[in-house]
Design a protein around this ligand. Sequence first.
Ligand code: COA
Ligand code: AMP
Length: 630
Amino acid sequence: MPQPGYDATYADWRQHPESWWNAAARGIDWITAPTAAFDPGAGVYGRWFPGSQLNTCHNAVDRHVAAGRGDQAAIIWDSPMTGRVETTTYAQLQDRVARLAGAMAARGVGKGDRVILYLPMIAEAAVGMLACARLGAVHSVVFGGFAAAELAARIADAEPKLILTASCGLEPGRTIAYKPLLDTAIDLSPHKPGAVLVLQREALAATLKPGRDEDWLAAESAATPHPCVPVAGTDPLYILYTSGTTGKPKGVLRDNAGHAVALHNSMSMIYGVKPGDVYWAASDVGWVVGHSYIVYAPLLAGCSTVIFEGKPVGTPDAGTFWRVCAQHGVKVLFTAPTAIRAIKKEDPEGKLLAKYDLSKLEALFLAGERCDPPTQIWIADLLGKPVVDHWWQTETGWAITSGFRGLGLFEMRPGSGGKASPGYDVRALDEAGQPVPAGQIGSLAVKLPLPPACLPTLFKADDRFRESYLEAFPGWYNTGDAGMVDADGYVWVMSRTDDIINVAGHRLSTGAMEEVLAGHPDVAECAVVGIKDSLKGQVPLGMVVLKAGSTRDEAEITKDLVRLVRDKIGPVAAFKDCTVVARLPKTRSGKILRATLRKIADGETYAVPPTIDDPAILAEMESTLKALMR
Ligand code: COA
Ligand code: AMP
């Protein structure tokens, strides 16, 4: 029977959303099947799959072993940083996860308890996440490029019973000792975990604190394997902290049932892969792409997933991605446009790519930031395979818009993120919350309810969830992105409507950086804006006004500020440019005109805002920023 195409599938979902999702739910093993697809009366805007019971780890691991896939690779760890490649089969993964769950249970972790993971790109990151899921515990993975203070904020908010970490992470040219960072974070946090399991890596051994820290592998091998614990479908699976507009990160919550159903469905519908296929998301487990498409979705679908510890360039060269694809027979690769730009810069003619047999690779998916059309066209021509830019967010957990390999891939238009995924009614709205005509720019919003796997709320913060996402346009989820939907249904995401910037596919808050700058004793006021960068898409630029009477050397102060952001937020902020200015442009009510500053720094034309208190300042900023950009 021919498969229904995109239009028919989307129309089917529009007409019968509940039966559409009930059909998708058949891809999951339930302990108790849901009583309905959706309960509009529960939670903030309704809850998916009420009355159900399941275990996500069972669905991602145990059921594949039971179905005879025990000897298939579940995880292929490929680490150019250590020169090692190691495969974990589904049967081995089941054993490791069950034992680690047993070790965690023996240390008091049970259903609903939080566990923080601060880990590099090693197989244990997936083992740790799945062990939490097995117990019904709620994991929160913190990206390794964050500093101790950011980790401390997450420990304080999540209040974990236990922390899983490793002795070190490996970045090109340096070994990052994770344990001292974690020790500092625990010292800074008012909440202290009862236990810490530390994976000792060869590159650097960590000192263990008696009574609290233990060796992970010793604890795992000595433990009794723990079975999967039944949880309610609406119980939380994980919290993933992401940047908001202030320094306090938002704890995006994900539930078990909606997540399992939508992610499992996405593997065939969006990526067009089936059990046994090799799927590689070249991201980091600390980001949502890593949660969804390094760990959960490929394993829920019975694929082999690649965990890659390296960079697109320099480990050892710009052919590394193609080497991994060829060596492991990757069918679908997913990465950020920044990675492709980095490869393009070093291997513009694709000479390194040409060395590898990429016959098994069928498609490349991109997300994390808007892909500039020249990069998308360059890589599509070089690969001779479909390149799909798809748009999503930490909050949604899977693509809001995409091309759909399982529904007959329609032609992608470079610069667009594709068309709405079945499950999402996406519109561009005007300020009054009315959809604007096709092709006009507005605030991109999704009609409530959000589909399964999207956040039901923020951890311990229903009000912040409503304020951040639901209040701007009643009845809609405000994505925080601006863009348009064209007459053919393609969605074009142009920019954020808030203070969030995307640096090398990493989502960062300029507000959080401003809080750090404002804390410096010589700084009176400051602004951080994201400016265009040919490699990273955007990078932050800081502008500070010094306090009257500050006598310190300006260069010393800006050096201090760069170091401060690195120490407080982390190297991932890539905050390297900061300049002292005499004053900042403001509205008459005192609001700094950040959007205008960004345009000036990018050399774009800008309109003089009617609310500006002193237009003369704009010419002053232009000459300062032009000198800086040179
Ligand atoms: N632990 C510790 N430090 C980390 C880290 C981690 N897990 N990840 C990054 N960092 C550090 C880097 O070492 C670097 O430090 P430096 O300032 O001392 O050089 C800094 O954070 C910035 O890192 P990064 O953004 O990776 O930039 P880069 O210049 O090292 O590399 C790219 C540039 C393009 C190769 C890289 O950004 C990249 O691979 N981007 C793709 C991102 C991605 O996959 N995003 C996921 C969204 S889908
Ligand atoms: P994150 O939550 O880190 O995944 O970042 C989400 C944000 O990244 C979105 O709100 C967008 O601003 C941006 N983004 C992600 N994917 C795309 C894409 N394909 N096109 C344009 N912007 C994107």
